[in-house]
Structure formats: structure tokens, C-alpha cells
Design a protein around this ligand. Structure first.
Ligand code: M6R
Length: 614
């Protein structure tokens, strides 16, 4: 979704802004722009397209200035075009603003401003906001900091904004509500600001995460000042970033997605490290240990999430019901929040989110919190809004995920949820020690097994070449493999634009079987385990209708090998751990198909990495 970057200091802002915008490209966007203050005026450039298009359009134009802001826009109000791109100027051109989020009452504000003589160039809510701030400043005579505060107290919606006044190149004002902003604090009142830490990390490790409804004034002379919308002073809390620069670069791979797929043996190790001990036979999750009472008394677990994180939630449903014997409901956060659901104070709500910024998941959390439920977050991004809104939680420690298609985030989420389910089962006394020991040992061996599966890359690529021109694909699985079928289908459709559907294998005969003919590739997770024989029957049903079977099977399998058109072998593991291993070839397959079709795998069309609007 939209990205924000800003700079205030002694260096040339332009280079920092462009580099920062490139770091934010992974979030997904359709236009970009920058504005610097130089010699008392704005140097403002913006256009539809990529950051490289922006650079081309600027060419040799003058782009100097030691203060500036940059933005990548993901269209909400008005189509992606040069005019709607940010930054936006105020009515008299004295202020310039960039904005992430949505101003819900922009239409009434706009009508009021038009009555007061304002004229607008774009369709955006952002332009309304900067006009509104200018109007308040002119009406009240307040300085910019106070004008922003007064304006935001009348704004309904979500925002992260940064605003400049061309008459004051020594100052930048920023504010947030429900959309993240990180301030990098350099030496001698040099400041960086961005939607996440990736554009900042190479300049400083000292950061301040702006909280909801806080407004910051960054000033070359006076330093950093923060107040709330209700004008309460806040002391900036400077923390040290743990992120490494290498983690946000491609490290020799052609794309972030490929790098992230290959990182999974390492990222899963990081997710489980220190949380279980084979020597003592115990799982240690502080979010369970410290809130044992809430988990032990829980009569139900509700899981809220979106997209891939929702698929991880489905795996967790099987895990919690099997290991801890607690009933689980898995909800799309976007449906849950508007359904007036029944929530009991004895419920535990698990919110799963890679970015920790997904608007629907955040809103679902707030609703469940109001009803007294205990909220546990499973997030990847440290310090994210969801991580802060929950009562307790566990970070997935997958490292930054830049590719829009989630890969290592999914396996890290499932690993953490696996440990969580074991830990809850242990606390509730419903799992025998020898079973716990066996499952921990199996989980411990997963990274090695994934490293083995990654060696099938060339074979998977050959299969991808055969099916790259398909127009449809079906993914089937049962039990623990049903969520993997959904995730496999999502990976294919989001990066290659091939229509794909995931189904529980047995549901096929209730409808989708009508689609099967010699042109339909059917990907089946057919590993040996509880539902193996049933899945074999489903494969036979597909073959009887001339469908093409590509099966993920357990090493050494003979039965499915004889039936299927292609097989990919994966090492044997407990049923409950198959999702972590079987998803890998499906990720690789989608990757290769997308590359062969000439698609941009890291930034698929229309998609955003973190969906901060509902
Ligand atoms: O950041 P989140 O995990 O909350 O994001 C939720 C979905 O937008 C996300 O999982 C999306 O479906 C994936 N990027 C798709 O690969």
C-alpha cells in the first residue's frame, strides 16, 4: 500500500527520497512523487507508474533541497494518474503533503472548502486534507504544528501524513492514526521518516515509532517534539532497530520472492529457536506462560486474519483442536468485524498478520478487546500496530518479507502457531510427554527437510514450463493439506494471474469436478497419512475425467506415482507438519510459472504488501 519517505538535514534530500521510495516499492503502488524545498519554493515532481518512471520524467530538472518528502500511491480515491499522485499542494501552494490511508469525511470537508473559495485539481481525499490544514492555519493564525493538530481533530479516518511549509525549510510535521510512521533520528537534528524502517536503516538505527493520534514536529534547531491530538506532550521513545541491511536486499537472487522461498530453513529455525527444548521436553512461549489462566480457562479460540495469514489460521485450527482439544473458529477479519459476532470474555482471539498493519485485522482486534476477550498476536513486524494492540503475542522472526506474495511469513506463522498449540496443550495437561517430545523433535527437523525439498527446484521448473499457459488450475488437499491447497492456489493466482481455486479434495465432486478436462492441471497434496487412501480415490476421479495430476507425495510413494502425470517427492513427516513442507514446491511452482509468463513476481499488479485500508 502507499509508502511515505521524508528527509530533513544537511544532505541532498532527493537521492535519499528516491532510494527510500525504491525500498518501499514492495508495498505495491501505481504512482510516485517527491517534493523538496529549495530557495523558498517547492520542487515538486510526480507521475503515474514506477519510481523509475518518476526519475525519467524528472531527468535533468533541478531537484536540489535539504528537506523533502516522497510518496508511492496505491489508488483509493480517483484513478492512478499524474494528477492524483502525491504530494499534493494546498490552495495557495504554500504547503505540500503526502498521505497514506483514507479520510472518510473528505466529501463534506471538500464541499465546505469549495464554499470558502478553494479549488481542487485531483480526485483525492489527500488534497482536501492539505487544503483543510491551510484553511485552519489562515483562519486561526496558528503555526503549522497547531494547525495540523486542530485539523486532525476534525478528521475521520486513517492517516499517516507528512507536511512541509515552503517558507520553513527547517521543519517537517508528521502525524499518524492507524497507519504506521517511523522517525529515524540521526546526529545533530537530522531526521528521516518513513512508513517502515526499510528506507531508514542505512542511515541510522535510532528510531521512534509514532503512536496513534500523535503529531511530531521535526526541527533542525529544536529537535523532535511530539504531542497528541488533544495536545498532551509525549516524550519521544528512541529505540534501536534490529533489522539488518542485508535482510532487505536481494542477496544474489533474481527476486525477493525467490530469496524468501530459499530462506525458509533459516527463518523457521529463527521462529522456533529458544521456544522449545528437546533436552527438558518443554515448550516455552512467554505469551502462554504469563497468561496461563486465560489460556487454561479458554472455552474457545477465535482466529482472525486475512489472505495467507488466514490460511495459516486454518492450519492452526487443526493444530489446536488436535493437540489442545479447544474448539476453534477461523474468521476472515473483514467479515468478522461487521457481523456482530458473539464474543465471550472467556474467548482467546489469535490475530495473525505478517505486516501487523492490516486494517481489517486491527479493527477485529479492537472489537474483540471491547468485549473482554484475551487477544494474542502473531506478527512478523516488530513494533507494528497489531503487535501493540494485542494483550500478548509472539513474533514470528521471519525477517523482513519484501515480496508481495507471502512465503516465509506463512511458514513462520505456522511454526509459531504449532509451538503455541503445543504449549497450550502442555499447560492444559492434555498432551502426553512422549508425544510432545516426538512432535518437538519432528518440528526441529523441518528446516532440514525443507532444504531437501528446495533441491527439487529444477524438477518443479520443468513442471511449471508444461503448465505455464494454463488458464485455470485446481488445488486439492484434505485435513492439514486443505489450507495448503488454498495457499497454493492463492500463490499461483496472485503472481501469475492464472485463475486457481483450492478445495478440500472430497468437495470436488460437489461442483468443481465439472471443470475437469484434459486442459485442467490439478495439484494434489497426496502425502502418506490419515487421509492418504481417500486422496488416492480423489486422484482416480480426476484421472477418469482426463485431468492432469501433479501430486506432492511422500518420498518413495508408488501408488500415486503410477496414477499421476508428475510427482514431487517430499520427506516423510507427521501429518501436522506436512503444511510446512508441502507448501514449498507450490511456492516454487507459482514463482516459475509467473517468471515464464513475464510477470513481476515481487510486485504483482493491483496488490499491496500491507493492506492498511479496509
Ligand atoms: O500482513 P498480513 O499478514 O496481515 O496480510 C494479510 C494479507 O494481505 C496477506 O497475507 C496476503 O494475502 C499475502 N501477501 C498474499 O501472498
Amino acid at each position: 500500500m502507499c509508502g511515505i519517505v521524508g528527509y530533513l538535514g544537511d544532505r541532498q534530500a532527493y537521492d535519499i527520497l528516491i532510494k527510500g521510495l525504491k525500498r518501499l516499492e514492495y508495498r505495491g503502488y501505481d504512482s510516485a512523487g517527491v517534493a523538496m524545498i529549495d530557495e523558498g519554493d517547492f520542487r515538486l515532481f510526480k507521475c503515474k507508474g514506477k519510481v523509475s518512471d518518476l526519475e525519467d520524467s524528472i531527468g535533468s530538472n533541478i531537484k536540489t533541497g535539504n528537506v523533502g518528502i516522497g510518496h508511492t500511491r496505491w489508488a483509493t480515491h480517483g484513478p492512478p494518474n499524474d494528477v492524483n499522485a502525491h504530494p499534493h499542494l494546498s490552495n495557495d501552494g504554500s504547503l505540500v503533503l503526502i498521505h497514506n490511508g483514507i479520510i472518510e469525511n473528505y466529501a463534506s470537508l471538500k464541499a465546505e472548502l469549495i464554499n470558502r473559495g478553494h479549488t481542487f485539481k485531483s480526485d483525492t481525499d489527500t488534497e482536501v486534507l492539505v487544503h483543510f490544514i491551510e484553511d485552519i492555519r489562515d483562519k486561526t493564525g496558528a503555526n503549522l504544528f497547531d494547525s495540523v493538530r486542530i485539523a486532525l481533530s476534525e478528521v475521520i479516518g486513517a492517516y499517516a501524513i507528512v507536511i512541509l511549509d515552503k517558507s520553513n525549510p527547517n521543519q517537517m510535521i508528521a502525524a499518524r492514526k492507524s497507519s504506521p510512521l517511523v522517525i529515524g533520528v540521526g546526529k545533530d537534528n537530522e531526521f528521516f521518516i518513513a512508513s517502515d524502517a526499510t528506507p531508514i536503516i542505512e542511515y541510522t538505527r535510532n528510531v521512534v515509532y509514532l503512536e496513534d493520534e500523535e503529531i511530531a514536529r521535526l526541527d533542525r534547531t529544536d529537535g523532535l517534539k511530539i504531542v497528541t491530538i488533544s495536545n498532551q506532550h509525549k516524550d519521544p521513545y528512541v529505540q534501536e532497530l534490529e533489522m539488518k541491511l542485508e535482510a532487505i536486499e536481494k542477496g544474489g537472487y533474481d527476486s525477493f520472492m525467490l530469496k524468501e522461498i530459499h530462506e525458509q530453513p533459516r527463518s523457521i529455525n529463527d521462529s522456533i529457536r529458544g521456544r522449545m527444548s528437546l533436552a527438558t521436553g518443554a515448550v516455552r512461549m512467554s505469551g502462554v506462560d504469563e497468561h496461563e489462566d486465560r489460556w487454561n480457562k479458554a472455552t474457545r479460540i477465535l482466529i482472525v486474519a486475512c489472505g495467507t495469514s488466514w490460511h495459516a489460521g486454518l492450519v492452526a485450527e487443526y493444530l489446536f483442536e488436535e493437540f489442545a482439544r479447544i474448539p476453534v473458529e477461523v474468521e476472515y477479519a473483514s467479515e468478522f468485524r461487521y457481523r456482530n459476532p458473539v464474543i465471550y470474555p472467556t474467548d482467546v482471539v489469535i490475530a495473525i498478520s505478517q505486516s501487523g498493519e492490516t486494517a481489517d485485522t486491527l479493527a477485529a482486534i479492537e472489537m474483540a478487546k471491547d468485549k473482554g476477550a484475551f487477544i494474542f498476536g502473531v506478527c512478523n513486524v516488530v513494533g507494528s500496530s497489531i503487535a501493540r494492540a494485542t494483550h500478548s503475542g509472539a513474533y514470528t522472526h521471519a525477517g523482513p518479507e519484501i515480496g508481495v506474495a507471502s512465503t516465509k511469513a506463512f511458514t513462520a506463522q505456522v511454526s509459531v502457531l504449532y509451538l503455541l498449540a503445543l504449549s497450550v496443550a502442555m499447560h492444559r495437561g492434555v498432551m502426553k510427554q512422549d508425544r510432545l517430545n516426538r512432535l518437538m523433535a519432528e518440528l526441529n527437523s523441518v528446516p532440514e527437510k525443507i532444504a531437501e525439498v528446495l533441491k527439487t527446484n529444477e524438477d518443479v521448473k520443468k513442471i511449471a514450463a508444461i503448465y505455464k499457459d494454463s488458464t485455470n488450475a485446481l488445488y486439492l488437499g484434505r485435513g492439514y493439506s486443505f489450507p495448503v491447497a488454498l495457499e497454493g492456489a492463492l500463490k499461483l493466482k496472485e503472481i501469475s494471474y492464472i485463475h486457481a481455486e483450492g478445495y478440500p479434495a472430497a468437495e470436488m465432486k460437489h461442483g468443481p469436478i465439472a471443470l475437469i478436462d484434459e486442459n485442467m492441471p490439478v495439484f494434489v497434496i497426496a502425502t502418506q497419512g490419515a487421509s492418504y487412501e481417500k486422496v488416492v480415490s480423489n486422484i482416480q476421479e480426476v484421472k477418469a475425467r482426463k485431468g492432469n495430476i501433479i501430486a506432492i507425495v511422500t518420498e518413495g510413494d508408488k501408488v500415486v506415482k503410477d496414477l499421476a502425470d508428475h510427482v514431487i517427492e517430499i520427506p516423510k513427516s507427521d501429518d501436522s507438519l506436512v503444511p510446512l513442507i508441502s507448501v514449498i514446491p507450490l511456492q516454487l511452482l507459482s514463482y516459475h510459472v509467473a517468471v515464464m509468463r513475464g510477470c513481476n513476481v515481487d510486485q504483482p499488479r493491483n496488490l499491496a504488501k500491507s493492506v492498511t485500508v479496509e
